[in-house]
Write a protein that binds this ligand. Structure first.
Ligand code: ATP
Ligand code: MG
Length: 204
């Protein structure tokens, strides 16, 4: 067989494989008929959880949907997404005392977490909010600053069409079970491990 002939037959096989793949995808798209508000969880130890959550908010707002954000852990720096999204009608609620890893006042942190949670519950019962991002809420559940059963109840009873994104490491398995879509971000490498400090526009 000449080189040209083998290239042609490779192309034919490739075309047939692609056709089959497209038919499979089309079949699955046609079978997916349900419309519903989704619960998404972005967890894991790698970088990209909050950026994914904010990206989803941007995507929704770009389609004219309404969105609100509750940030359970306040970073040391201001949040680039907040600067952008607040100008586009997204309401932000940043946890009261600005819980960080450095705070040592547990009682104060619990109070702040509870207040952010009360606000989150309001959002989760408001049918005019199409998407709610609960950024870093997983830690509040891990530390038992907010009650897991209450979180499950509020998520389960939210308006039928409302989407929710939850981010943070070590998401509780009960929330994972309830969720429709769960992604785990796995670290392969991170610049910080090579002594590079957090970069504006990339890390916050
Ligand atoms: P991002 O906000 O960049 O999407 P994230 O939400 O996945 O990150 P967090 O645990 O919330 O991760 O941490 C936020 C900050 O910590 C970011 O500045 C991020 O770059 C950094 N970070 C995230 N994962 C790692 C890691 N595996 N090693 C070092 N730094 C990390
Ligand atoms: Mg994060």
């Amino acid at each position: 067989m000449t080189d040209k002939n083998s290239t042609n037959s490779e192309q034919t096989r490739h075309k047939a494989r692609m056709k089959e793949q497209k038919a499979n995808v089309d079949k699955r798209i046609a079978a997916a008929q349900e419309d519903k508000g989704l619960l998404l969880v972005i967890t894991g130890n790698g970088k990209g959880k909050s950026t994914s959550g904010f990206g989803t908010v941007a995507r929704a707002v770009g389609h004219g949907l309404t969105a609100a954000v509750v940030q359970y852990v306040k970073g040391t720096w201001d949040c680039g997404e907040r600067n952008l999204l607040e100008n586009n009608g997204v309401k932000f609620h940043v946890m009261g005392t600005g819980f960080t890893w450095e705070t040592q006042d547990k009682e104060k942190d619990i109070k702040a977490a509870q207040s952010a949670w009360q606000h989150s519950k309001k959002l989760l019962s408001d049918p005019t909010i199409n998407l709610v991002l609960l950024d870093e809420i997983t830690y509040m559940v891990t530390y038992k600053y907010i009650d897991l059963d209450e979180v499950i109840e509020a998520l389960s009873n939210r308006p039928k069409d409302q989407h929710v994104v939850i981010t943070g490491r070590a998401c509780h398995r009960a929330i994972i079970e309830l969720a429709d879509t769960v992604s785990e971000v796995r670290p392969i490498k991170h610049a910080f491990d090579n002594g590079i400090k957090a970069q504006k526009g990339i890390d916050w």
